[in-house]
Design a binder for this molecule. Sequence first.
Ligand code: NAD
Length: 491
Amino acid sequence: MHPISDRVFLAGALRAPRSEVRITVLNPSTGQPLGEIPDGTAADVDDAVAAAAGAAGAWSATPARERGAVLARLAGLLREHAEGFARLDSQDSGRTLAETRAQATRSAEQLEYCAGAADKLEGRVVPLGSNVFAATVLEPYGVIGALTPWNAPLLQIAQKTSHALAAGNTVVVKPSPLACFSTLHYAVLAGEAGLPAGVLNVVTGGAGTGQALVADGRVDKVTFTGSTATGRQIAGVCGARGASVALELGGKCPLLVFADADLEHAAGETARAAFGTTGQSCVSAARILVESACYDEFTERLVEASAGFVGGDPFAPGTVMGPLISAGARERVHALVADAREAGARLAGGSWPPPAGARGGGGDGERGGDGGFFMNPVLLADVPEAARIRREEIFGPVTCLERFEDEGEAIESANAGPYGLAAGAYTGSVARARRLQRGLKAGNVWINCYKMLDPALPFGGDKASGIARECGIDGVLNFVKPKALVDAFPT
Ligand code: NAD
């Protein structure tokens, strides 16, 4: 599977864009160009929304079981092409081949879940009295504008489209310009699976392309996954024009370790939660809260467990961590660590400062670098309140250790701050687990496990981490709205 350069997917086919501006997409493992994509103009967005609006009536009228069958066929095609997608996403996003293979399988499962849900979106009969018949039906919104980040390209498009299409909506996707080739391939396969022309359209480009899509009055609902700052701007535009919006935003997720936990297990899982995906997951464990009674022992075990996390070629067997997505992303994460160190944070593990060549892109990079945007893990402790890293999302292989004395303090500290996406805890006590499940303010709470995600489980955040949920039946219900029907024939 190769990068599809210089095309948008419009009305059922790959086509030349109207835009004359191109964005060069880099392979983050090498810093070398991978392909070129159109920087979609307002006219490209206009074409795509017109195609989606034109197809909306027929698709919503298609029997739900038939819509489900199309998604099931697309799932089958994804499974057939899983290795190609995984290799393309590893080149494009820098995620390891093991991760992108798992995401290709997850993407097919996501479609299979939604294929099964399509014909189960039922309304209700409401008992208002004997002279009236009152009922609800669940109707699609119409045209959905979907904006995705770069960090799990295939899975993001599968998640963003599967609920909406199952529910009878048509979609225009604007993927991240940093990693979007699998989105275009997905759209082509959707056509092969029998999705009618115009039901799914893809316009590539940067923030301007996204802004044109969000502002378009024919887009009935916007679904966005990305940073909290962008999400707030999008919510403002949607609010002003009265369009529905679903937001999946950033996180700064706490992971709690209690002295009664299996510390060896907890240390291994914590290293993966913090440094897996090079820390570039919205649910990466950015704060590690450890009970005083086991702080020293756990820290030692965590440093040991983190030793294998070294940036390397995503295709090499045994690589557990790829590069950061761009030189800019690495500079931002470096700056956060430098600021914390200047403020007095202690280096508890990992390596800092980075080798000279790993600063600012190019050069020899860190181990496995070859000009890519690699960075090795950094484990900070005693980070002063003044440091920016205490508040800002990191999105890189850096995490901060904190100490707590008792469960109440741990819960209060974990809930402090603006985000509420996910929280994890390791403990040997079932009673404590139940208290944590109630007390932790986050859309996802994992006990003695971390990042347990499934197409059947709703996923999303509270507070600055988002509005609404994806996945599970809640995710599908996000893309229908109830209409109340009452008739009162004289009796
Ligand atoms: P981003 O906000 O920079 O970009 C996301 C998408 O929005 C891209 O397609 C981008 O081109 C587009 N965009 C940017 N500015 C826009 C604007 N003003 N109007 C319309 N569209 C605009 O995010 P990113 O760097 O691609 O992704 C990383 C972020 O995504 C992190 O904050 C991470 O936590 C978050 N994320 C959240 C989840 C979740 O499910 N909660 C999942 C993955 C990533």
